[in-house]
Design a protein around this ligand. Sequence first.
Ligand code: CUA
Length: 178
Amino acid sequence: MLQQHIVWLTSLALMAFVASGFVFVVLNSGMREDDYAPLVKHAYRLRTRLFWGLVMVFGPAMIYTLADLPYDVSRAENEAGPVQIVEAVGYQWRWELSHDHVAKDRPVEFRVTSADVNHGFGIYNADMRLIAQTQAMPGYTNIIRHTFRDEGTYKILCLEYCGLAHHNMVAEIQVGDL
Ligand code: CUA
């Protein structure tokens, strides 16, 4: 929630910045051409400063976000125990899972596809928080790997509107000791 709030405030600030740029242009649009020379020089200086400002903001941000690589997909392979495989097929309007029980603390590989149209394969925990998701596409198998850390009932919901009974595309998967 806090993150969303920060992102929202940042977007607001940026939007205000862009809007003030427009206002600045409108207010100064009455000038003659030779009035522009100092303005152009000023703009170039501003551009250079803005460029380095962006480098200084996005450079560290990029390093910070990329430091997490490789993501869970490849990390899961190094965990104890063999990978558990669940084949998941989306239909209008239901999910077909090859297994609906998996063990916790061992990586699960979901091989997700669709028999008809595009669906979204979203795994939710008991608090209905989305913990992993991929697309279910006809003629293509998407793979996601996830290691469940908590026992309980997880839900699989369709994340892409796929017709009248889209909301009925709910399946459950039990995580526990096998
Ligand atoms: Cu399948 Cu929405």
